[in-house]
Design a protein around this ligand. Sequence first.
Ligand code: AMP
Length: 595
Amino acid sequence: MLFSKLVGFYERIEAITGRIEMTNLLVQLLKETPPEIIDKVVYLTLGEIYPPFIGLELGVADRLALRAVKLASGMSEREIDRAYKELGDVGLVGERMLAKRSQATLFMEQLTVEDVYSALEKIAKASGEGSMETKVQILSGLLASAQPKEAKYILRIVTGKMRLGIADMTILDALAIVFGGGKEARDLFERAYNLSSDIGYVAKVAAQEGLEGIKKFKITVGKPIRPMLAERLSSAEEILQKIGGKCIAEYKYDGERMQIHKRGDEVLIFSRRLENITSQYPDVVELVKQHVKAGEAILECECVAVDPETGDMLPFQELMHRKRKHDIHKAIEQYPVNVYFFEALYVDGKDLTLEPLEIRRKTLESIIEEGERVKLSKAIITEDPNEIEKFFHEAIEEGCEGLVVKALGKEAIYRAGARGWLWIKLKRSYKSEMMDTVDLVVVGAFHGRGKRSGTYGALLMAAYDKRKDVFQSVCKVGSGFTDEDLQKLPELLEPYKIPHRHARVETGMEADIWFEPKIVLEIIGDEITISPIHRAAWSMIKEGYGLAIRFPRFTGRYRFDKAPEDATTTDEILEMYRRQLKKLTPTPPGGQEVT
Ligand code: AMP
């Protein structure tokens, strides 16, 4: 197919603004395109050469493109600069300059779509030292063989400024008309697109196999599936009503969503926005190889930063260290991650997206070998709003954002690319900061792992209840300890070790080691939340719940000057919680969402 023919369509499309007219022109273009190159035509029309998830961009800046124009046209730099200032569009500059060029173009061979596509591909793939020069050379060669109008579009594509106003969805409309017999087939085409995120590939399957090919459209390992999204409600009752009474409630981990594609030993990781982020997570690639017992699989998980010493989950922001390209190996050590799997979309040749959630979850269970760093999302199946609420507070306390409550039953398929009422998130509607430090008593400890084996991984801390004269737990703290602290603590606590929970200690947590309440440490946290596990101010705010400090850290101050009874009281914690509530500002819509 001649490139000039494609350019003819682009000229007409550029001149119109209505979507219907645009679709009609696209229909005509697709009808006249040979099936073998329809994918290329679709990519070029969108100003791309590959689907975005490939992550290979043309990357030519305007300056560089203008140099190629100079080489191809023989015009002076001054003249080109002047035109660029006047027109502000590299495409138009190229068109004008090439129209003025001195060499005869009469007997020039006409460019085909393939010629243009393969030159652009070479430009995209040129990398490393000297690649800018290579890009300019290839581009100027291409422009030298192009007619002025062709040059206009080549330059716009190469600089990422095609902007014909055509979106993937408009192309889907046109494909449904040309190959599906009308708009009624649109849903089938959309599904194919949602399963591959590759509009060029959908066009090719349609052109070569017709509507049958689209109906039987197959998932491909390596092409990301557009993610299913969740709606949001603010109470467990509402959610259960909406979802049909019974649900599976899962922790909503505060990390980065990953779609993992595995074929043998080859592993690709896509972000929620379907960017290839494999290079940021070599450790996750290894975990997948070790823990996913399937030859081929497409799975979804949430990747969460954890404290290397305690294994506790850390807030989402800690994953930012992975975004820097250098020092990724340092980041892996300093900011390790856990992965929590929640979906199986494709396993060993079987498309699971139309299977109900129970089946997908069972399949997931059968292929994931859990370990310290790899787990299935924590989940319960329930019909009881109180149980959901309790689970919600546990999730918050462990560092999660809340829950994703999911529908069960035959209808509960994986709706690729859609937000719907099959998944509903339950998050807190507010968040506020804890300002003051508190002095808490050590009442228990947990064995450390990794660098902390042989010492404590975390301590169980309690506040003092004056009225009952007991110590009630408020948090488990593992952060803020220096190596020196870790060495010192076992020595310091040894004299107070006892074989079971102290009679004056109240907690819902099982510590590995128990202590007589003696040593007081200064602690700061992010905020105070209600908790089904910790016992401070038990049932004062809500029946069956206490208060807890979220994301607690040791400040470095040992309060030897304080007796345990001088520790922060549970009344004070209660007061802090109430003050915190008063200060609350509602979350702006979508404000803290990790999406
Ligand atoms: P949204 O993106 O607003 O639709 O909310 C859902 C997001 O929660 C997903 O994109 C995931 O990143 C995240 N998430 C965390 N845990 C889960 C889970 N167990 N199931 C589904 N999504 C989860």
